[in-house]
Design a protein around this ligand. Structure first.
Ligand code: NDP
Length: 246
């Protein structure tokens, strides 16, 4: 899989946390065409990303992309498509996600709908709208859905600490199923697709108690992506390359 060599990549939720670190490490890997997508590129939360784009003109391109809005996804794909060369898009990372801290007893219909829109329907439409460009790069292209151990129906029932992850867990289990369907439907195109759990990471979402930082997590995630073969197609791995239970 040559996705990280001389590549083009698009990362959603690229303005902070793991997404921002992915843009930094893509730069270090000399990825030549990085589309850093976030919902508010001009907002205060995107300052670090704007700085990176300023330092690397023509390499890092900011893309306005709210993954909960299918119309904006379509527009962003048109824009990115017009900037991509004939080699297409090598790497698509569905990283953006939300985690409302709600339980089975407190989650509202709105919590469930918003979480599903961002964490499941968003990645689905991002994959569909960017598919023509992934197809142009087929055999050297991959879709990576950033999942979580909280999506695992094997792990969650035996967790001792009752984290309030109800809408999030359900949505990410849905994302894992999206990976399985995408892998099946894109097999003929030779576009690889997997879910990756990035570890428990110190970010806004992961909090301060998390044992690893974004650098270690993303190094691991990119190591896994760099060594992908058809064997892992449709699978669920963690950032160390270990197979995760569904
Ligand atoms: P952060 O909260 O730091 O970042 C989440 C990112 O998602 C932000 O850039 C946020 O943008 C973006 N986002 C949220 N909603 C939307 C939307 N509608 N459109 C576009 N972007 C959106 O979290 P992490 O960096 O920790 O999480 C990254 C991924 O890793 C997620 O998929 C998460 O589920 C997964 N993960 C993280 C773990 C951890 O311990 N940190 C553990 C397991 C999985 P904005 O700044 O505009 O809000």
């Amino acid at each position: 899989m040559a996705a990280l060599k001389a590549c083009s990549a698009l990362v959603t939720g690229a303005n902070q946390g793991l997404g921002l670190e992915m843009v930094k490490q893509l730069l270090e890997a000399r990825c030549s065409n990085i589309f850093a997508a976030c919902r508010d590129p001009d907002g205060p939360n995107s300052e670090a990303l704007r700085e990176l784009a300023k330092k690397h003109p023509g390499v890092v391109t900011l893309v306005q992309l709210d993954v909960a809005d299918p119309c904006i996804i379509k527009e962003s794909a048109k824009k990115v498509g017009s900037l991509l060369g004939k080699n297409g898009l090598n790497l698509l990372v569905n990283n953006a996600a939300v985690l409302p801290q709600k339980t089975m007893l407190t989650a509202t219909a709105e919590d469930m709908q918003n979480t599903f829109n961002t964490n499941v329907i968003g990645p689905l439409f991002v994959i569909r709208e960017y598919l023509p460009y992934l197809r142009m790069a087929a055999k050297a292209s991959a879709v990576i859905n950033i999942s979580t151990d909280a999506a695992s129906m094997t792990i969650m029932p035996v967790l001792k600490e009752p984290f309030p992850l109800f809408p999030y867990s359900i949505s990410k289990a849905g994302l894992n199923m999206l990976t399985i369907y995408t892998a099946r439907d894109l097999k003929a195109d030779e576009i690889l697709c997997i879910s990756i759990h990035p570890g428990w990471v110190k970010t806004d979402m992961g909090g301060d108690r998390a044992p690893i930082d974004t650098r270690e997590s993303v190094e691991g995630v990119f190591r896994v992506i760099g060594s992908l073969t058809e064997k892992q197609h449709g699978g669920f791995l963690d950032y160390t390359g270990k197979t995760m239970p569904l």
